[in-house]
Design a protein around this ligand. Structure first.
Ligand code: CDP
Length: 806
């Protein structure tokens, strides 16, 4: 028996399947500089495009004179809206049902908006020539503050749609209004608030920031005039959707468009939407008949491609004196910039903001969101989160702290009191979601015990007394956040993009020698898909992960999928992978039965083989079965061993986690130091614990950035401040705190392998955790709500406001 167990353990280990800390196979090329990115592409005859951009936030274009630029040696063409208009391409549809100017026609609506596209023999000439395009502007008053967008005398921004009183999501109340979205029982919620013993109300700002991936957005378009075929390489998180959109916009048949997303250096939501650069490189290539490359620089990326957040959330909770939460009411003013280019599933104008009741059993709730136009870059992407979940979790987790303070109750205790209980799952939330599984009390208790919560509170109490006595200038904050994510968009009943249901896909082919190629409709941007999908297949089919190659990003070869964002890869394509593998396994069982001359039902699966029940020495390995599938399949069975699955998930998955941050802040400098950060995540079945840890580290680092300094700010003239890494806080190893990770495992009951997504959870949970730590540090001084970002200057200002400085 010992020998058999050892043999089984060895065979399991050899597979490097699910649960194994398999090293990332893609790192072999990434760490040697051998990745292949869009900008590495060099095609014969390739030319380069660069944009002329508006210096104004809001201005009328009086004239554009391209003659000096065109006369410059090396310049091949200059495109303006006048060139695109006859093709119907001066505007492009956005994912949110709006249209967005590709090149500005009569007006510019944000600083750095695209006005003309210069194409030249090399990138430097193109860049120099942009300065020779003479554009005359007439400056107009601009709107930077979204609270002023709908004032009666506000300048009208979108003259192209000023008479349209109905938008993609219903009636508009003002020419600068985009939509109003309401969900929940308003009357019941208002009644609860009218009669509640305790209520709180706070305007919580999740400020404008940017996903800032290390690699900016870029594309290379190559149109073959003879074949009438377009090949488009680009930094696309959703290559198939891009192919469909290009086909719909250009009129080119979809099978004549080849979209290829090679290696991608980070996306975080920034590379979901379509940008003017993609359209201009395609038009340029079609017109000129040579490949056209467009590569954004850092400032262009930060100031023009999709921003994130900018949600002004007036959040209210109603509760009993004992701390039982009875209702939640939220109004969001959403600043969408100049065009509504939010990347959300079609039916969700504010994404999944209605997950804002969080991890708590709140009987009634009402959410209303107003989207407005301002003179800022458009976007509204899910920066490392599933469609506005970071905003939602920020609202509830900050509000819990405000309520705890009002009740003079410990905020961990308040959370415990209101958590959805394990036996309540599947749980129907007041705002419409069905949470699949969770065990919040266990996770929270484990986290509190591990960090020594009681002792920390005692230490904090002592420090506060010492501060009051003037013995220390340091404040101690304990930040808590307990989040529930909603990932895996999504079920067709809830989610589509431009009418395409949000399924995903996997195609697995086993070769005669037993090695495998598998292709998915998703696209890794650094998450390690080549490593982890192989682990799922390894466990399901008993083939070593090292014998399995994973390929994504080529629309000619990969099955149609909706791409990677919103941590949907594991919940959707991961599920498709398991289901496709199981189809193969069912066929393999028939082949094995034929080979062993027994009935299928007499076989059982054992790690990497089918064996005859009760006769373990009689077996066929998957490798042997693969050979037979091609060479000697059972009579009447078609040869080959492959399967494809398009998986439409029955529900989202709901990962959760308990985070604690201990922070020390020097009141005299405003410098905040994270002493300890503990993150417990539950993402159901864990495929690769090492990759999960890496995902958590990355997500927390981005959460730290957002909470503690990262911001895209505008001055009153609409000048974008913070559009370079000189001003935009991108933490390096020097600033980044040390992360402690932990986990519980509550599998998803509806996912074939029980896995939930994880890539974004740490960001979602991390942002409020940091902000709660800062707010907690100052709470005993009567600071009230301190808005993010919490950089040293702003914290110093808090000290000044409270009269703490000498
Ligand atoms: O869609 P995206 O890849 O960004 O997010 P994800 O599905 O959360 O996966 C991120 C990475 O974590 C992938 O390499 C997954 O395979 C891995 N992961 C895991 O090992 N176990 C899980 N339960 C979830 C994700």
């Amino acid at each position: 028996q010992v020998k058999i167990d050892l043999d089984r353990a060895e065979r399991t280990e050899k597979l490097q399947g699910m649960g194994c800390k398999r090293k990332r196979v893609e790192d072999i090329r990434f760490t040697q500089g051998k990745g292949s990115y869009v900008d590495d592409l060099k095609l014969p005859g390739m030319v380069f495009g660069d944009f002329v951009r508006s210096p104004h936030a809001h201005a009328r274009i009086v004239s554009i004179d391209t003659s000096r630029a065109k006369a410059m040696p090396g310049v091949i063409a200059v495109l303006t809206a006048a060139d695109l208009k006859p093709l119907g391409l001066h505007y492009m549809p956005t994912l949110a049902g709006d249209v967005q100017a590709v090149l500005a026609e009569e007006k510019v609506l944000f600083q750095n908006q695209e006005v003309a596209f210069v194409i030249a023999e090399d990138r430097y000439i193109a860049s120099d020539a942009t300065e020779l395009v003479d554009v005359e502007y007439e400056a107009l008053p601009c709107i930077v503050d979204p609270f002023k967008s709908m004032l009666p005398d506000a300048p009208i921004l979108r003259e192209d749609i000023k008479d349209k009183m109905t938008g993609a999501h219903g009636p508009r109340k003002h020419p600068n209004h985009i939509f109003e979205w309401q969900i929940g029982d308003k009357q019941a919620t208002d009644d609860v608030f009218a009669n509640a013993e305790v209520t709180i109300k706070e305007m919580l700002l999740d400020h404008r920031t940017h996903p800032s991936p290390l690699e900016t957005c870029q594309s290379v378009a190559s149109f073959d005039k003879v074949k009438g075929e377009l090949t488009l390489w680009g930094t696309f998180q959703a290559p198939h959707v891009i192919r469909t959109v290009v086909s719909l916009i250009s009129g080119l048949p979809e099978h004549k468009i080849h979209v290829i997303a090679p290696d991608i250096g980070g996306g975080f939501g920034n590379k979901v939407g379509a940008y003017a650069g993609y359209v201009c490189s395609v038009v340029g290539s079609i017109v000129l008949g040579v490949p056209v490359k467009w590569v954004e620089d850092r400032m262009e990326n930060l100031s023009t491609t999709s921003f994130a957040r900018d949600y002004h959330m007036t959040t209210e909770l109603a509760a009993t004196k004992e701390g039982k939460i009875l209702g939640m009411r939220v109004h969001v003013l959403a600043d969408h910039g100049a065009f509504d280019a939010c990347a959300d599933p079609s039916k969700w104008p504010a994404g999944f903001m209605n997950i804002c009741t969080g991890s708590y059993d709140i009987p009634v709730a009402h959410l209303a969101v107003d989207g407005v136009y301002t003179n800022k870059a458009s976007g509204g992407v899910a920066y490392r989160c599933s469609f506005r979940v970071t905003e939602a979790v920020f609202a509830i987790e900050r509000a819990i702290e405000v309520l705890a303070q009002k009740l003079s109750m410990d905020s961990a205790e308040l959370r415990m009191k209101n958590f959805i209980k394990a036996e309540q799952f599947p749980y129907q939330s007041a705002l419409g979601w069905e949470y699949d599984s969770g065990n919040y009390h266990v996770a929270m208790q484990k986290a509190m015990d591990t960090i020594g919560y009681k002792q920390l509170r005692a230490e904090q109490a002592e420090k506060r007394e010492a501060f009051k006595r003037g013995e220390t200038r340091e404040l101690m904050g304990i930040g808590i956040s307990f989040f529930t994510e909603i990932v895996g968009a999504g079920p067709a009943k809830n989610c589509d993009i431009l009418g395409i249901a949000m399924f995903d896909s996997a195609e697995i082919r086993i070769h005669p020698t037993g090695s495998v190629i598998a292709r998915m409709g998703t696209k890794s941007q650094g998450q390690g898909h080549e490593t982890t999908y192989a682990q799922i297949i390894a466990t399901e089919l008993g083939i070593p992960a090292d014998d399995i190659m994973i390929e994504e990003g080529n629309t000619d070869t990969a099955p149609y999928g909706l791409g990677t964002y919103g941590s949907r890869s594991t919940p959707v394509a991961g599920a498709a992978t398991a289901v496709a593998a199981r189809k193969i396994k069912a066929k393999a069982q028939m082949i094995a039965a034929h080979m062993l001359e027994v009935h299928e039902g007499d076989l059982e699966w054992d790690i990497d083989r089918f064996r005859v029940k009760g006769l373990p020495e009689k077996f066929k390995t998957m490798k042997e079965i693969a050979w037979s599938a091609y060479n000697a399949p059972p009579p009447n069975m078609e040869p080959g061993l492959e399967a494809v699955n398009y998986y439409e998930p029955p529900n989202m998955t709901y990962p959760f986690g308990a985070y604690f941050c201990i922070m020390d802040i020097d009141v005299d400098t405003g410098v905040a130091k994270t002493r300890r950060f503990y993150a417990l995540d539950d993402c159901g079945t864990r495929i690769n614990p090492m990759i999960i840890e890496g995902q958590v580290h990355g997500g927390l680092t981005e959460a730290f950035a957002c909470a503690m300094g990262q911001e895209i700010r505008y001055d009153e003239m609409g000048n974008v401040m913070g559009a370079s890494f000189m001003d935009f806080f991108l933490p390096t190893a020097v600033e980044t705190p040390k992360w402690e990770t932990d986990f519980t495992v509550t599998p998803s009951p509806h996912h074939p392998i029980g896995a939930k997504g994880v890539g974004e959870s740490p960001h979602v949970g991390g942002v409020p955790c940091f902000s709660n730590a800062v707010n907690d540090a100052y709470a005993f001084l009567g600071a009230g709500n301190i808005q993010m970002p919490h950089d040293a200057w702003r914290l110093w200002k808090v000290g000044e406001r409270l009269g703490l400085h000498a």
